[in-house]
Design a protein around this ligand. Structure first.
Ligand code: G6P
Length: 614
């Protein structure tokens, strides 16, 4: 949500900023802008639209300068237009800021500054902060770094900011609270700043993750200094990035989403690597080993997450209850944080997040932590905020996910949840010897089965062609396939803007059955397993009302084939592992429908990949 990039070094900043913004565009893409300082003067270019629109807007104008910052926006306060785009300048125009987050008390600050003669041009909370910092700088007679520190003391909300000032043309100041910022340190003494490491990795592997409440000051010739808002000096902890550049490229695919769907045989394998030991017949999750006993004794597991991660959590509920016999509650992080939830010290809370930055999930963790629960993170982004605030955790190792609609992150989350439930089930004795071994072997074969399943893409594309103009779609599943139905519906609505709903198949008769007609496709996950016959009956109910059925079935199925309008086969597997296979045709179906409808698959309207505001 909003991408931030900044550079201070010996090279021209503009190409570095534009390139960085393109890498960050998945975070927000309704407007973009840059600010450059050259010869003591500030130039700001910004406009509504994507980074490519910004490039066109800047074309032919001066972009000189070795200090600059760029921003790609996901609107919170004020419409996405040229004026509301970042950077925002102060009243004098000498200082500019880019910001990710929300300043909650911007209204009283704005009012106060207005009384003192400040004139505001935009509707944003960010502009207020630019005015405030410059005002503090002038009235207190302090330098830029101190002005930022003092101004932030009166700010309530979440932010990652970068501030530049023509009075300090060799200085870049950044600060964070509940919004991520990474600093890259180049071999040539250059400094890079970004919302995540994706714009930095091509320049340097040495990074510092700024902590909450910290202010970073980068000065030409003086390196990096960090203080906190209370003015205590902090020693920067330099880490080496594990990210690789190829992971951030499309690699010959038309879209990141398609690439990420096709990466799943590898990403699922990577999620299991070193954790699943067939020879020894065990699962070891090193990151949570220390808390294994607590897990075994837990009376309850609470799972929190948002969006697709919440759907993975629902699969986790079925897994933990079946394999480890622990009661599970799955909560939307946004609901959990604002209730007065009952959390006990012997609860295990699993927080699931691809980005590791989702504001609601972070807040839910803090709440559960304050009540004494043990918090286990399942994150994809290494070093992310959630990975750092949890007591322990397991990374999903799916690699960077750039497409806004989550695909490989979901299957990686479900893989890690499966490993976790199996490990605890084995320790508890609820998942006995041969059942454990069977499941272990089956899990090991999943990446190959996914590979095989991906061959169904041409057939799925043909189905997409038929239903690309649908206005509504219904997704049905039972048991492990119910969360997959929700996920399938989410994928379709996110990227194709077709209204879609996921339902437990048996619930259809309590409402959605009224929608069945000859137009709306009903996508049913009807694989062999515990509730197969029941789902077949649900398909009969749809067909009896002349509905259209697209069924996901187990290879070789004849019964559903005779009933449904279309069937997509997936390899046979154990019930708990079906989600890892059945979700894949649903991802492909959504992808192809969206492409056929001319939608921007990787950057769907109004959405953002990393939701750092509540
Ligand atoms: C956004 C993304 C979704 C994602 C959700 C939760 O809405 O568009 O794809 O599932 O946030 O994000 P997280 O990073 O916490 O998994």
């Amino acid at each position: 949500m909003c991408g931030i990039v900044a550079y201070l070094g010996d090279k021209e900043a503009y190409p570095i900023l534009i390139n960085g913004l393109k890498r960050l565009e998945y975070r927000g893409y309704d407007s973009a802008g840059v600010a450059l300082i050259n010869d003591g003067a500030m130039r700001i270019y910004k406009c509504q639209g994507k980074v490519s629109d910004l490039e066109a807007h800047v074309n032919g104008q001066s972009t000189a300068g070795t200090l600059g910052m760029g921003h790609t926006r996901w609107a919170t306060h004020g419409q996405p237009n040229d004026v509301n785009a970042h950077p925002h300048a102060s009243n004098s125009g000498d200082l500019a800021i880019i910001h990710n987050g929300i300043i909650e008390n911007y209204a009283p600050i704005k009012e106060e500054l207005r009384k003192r003669g400040h004139v505001f041009r935009s509707d944003t909370d960010t502009e207020v902060l630019a005015h405030l910092i410059d005002d503090v700088r002038v009235t207190e007679g302090v330098d830029l770094a101190e002005a930022v520190r003092l101004a932030l003391q009166s700010v309530v909300g979440a932010y990652a900011i970068v501030v530049l000032d023509t009075h300090s043309p060799d200085l870049m100041v950044a600060a964070r609270r509940s919004s991520p910022l990474v600093i890259g340190i180049g071999d040539d003494g250059a400094h890079y700043l970004a919302s995540d490491a994706t714009p930095i990795v091509e320049h340097t592997r040495n990074v510092v993750y700024l902590e909450d409440g910290e202010i970073a000051v980068m000065q030409r010739g003086h390196g990096l200094r960090i203080r906190n808002i209370k003015n205590q000096v902090k020693t920067p902890f330099i880490q080496e990035l594990e990210l690789h550049l190829e992971a951030l490229e499309k690699g010959g695919y038309d879209h990141f989403m398609l690439k990420e769907i096709h990466e799943q045989p590898r990403s699922i394998r990577d999620s299991m690597r070193g954790r699943l030991n067939l020879a020894k017949g065990e699962v070891v999750l090193g990151g949570i080993k220390e808390h294994e006993q607590k897990f075994v004794q837990a009376k309850r597991v609470l799972i929190v997450g948002c969006g697709t991660s919440w759907h993975a959590g629902l699969v986790g509920e079925y897994l933990f209850e079946e394999l480890a016999r622990i009661p599970v509650e799955v909560e939307y992080a946004s609901e959990f944080r604002y209730r007065n939830p009952i959390v006990n010290e012997d609860d295990i809370v699993i927080a699931i997040s691809q980005s590791g930055e989702t504001a609601d999930t972070l807040a839910a963790i803090e709440l559960a932590k304050s009540r004494g629960a043990t918090i286990i993170g399942i994150c994809n982004v290494v070093g992310s905020s959630i990975a750092r605030v949890t007591h322990a955790g397991s990374y999903t190792h799916a690699g960077p996910e750039i497409g806004v609609a989550s695909t490989k992150a979901f299957t990686a989350q479900v893989t890690v949840l499966t490993l976790m439930a199996m490990m605890i089930g084995q320790r508890k004795g609820t998942l006995g010897g041969s059942a454990f071994h069977r499941l272990l072997n089956e899990l090991d074969s999943i990446p190959d089965k996914v590979q095989r399943l991906l061959k169904a893409e041409p057939q799925i594309k043909r189905i997409a062609e038929i239903y690309q103009h649908a206005n509504n779609a219904l997704y049905l599943g039972r048991g492990y396939s119910f969360p997959v139905a929700l996920e399938g519906a989410l994928k379709l609505k996110e990227i194709s803007y077709i209204h879609a709903e996921g339902y437990p198949a048996a619930e259809m008769k309590h409402g959605p059955i009224a929608l069945i007609d000859e137009e709306m496709p009903v996508i049913v996950i009807a694989t062999k397993g515990a509730s197969y016959e029941k789902v077949v009956s649900n398909i009969q109910e749809v067909k009896a009302r002349k509905g259209i059925v697209i069924a996901i079935v187990t290879e070789g199925d004849r019964v559903v084939k005779d009933l449904a309008d279309h069937t997509i086969e997936i390899p046979e597997t154990a019930d708990p592992l079906v989600p890892l296979l059945s979700v894949i045709p649903l991802q492909l179906l959504s992808y192809h429908i969206a492409v056929m409808r001319g939608c921007n698959v990787d950057q769907p309207r109004n959405l953002a990949k990393s939701v750092t505001v509540e």
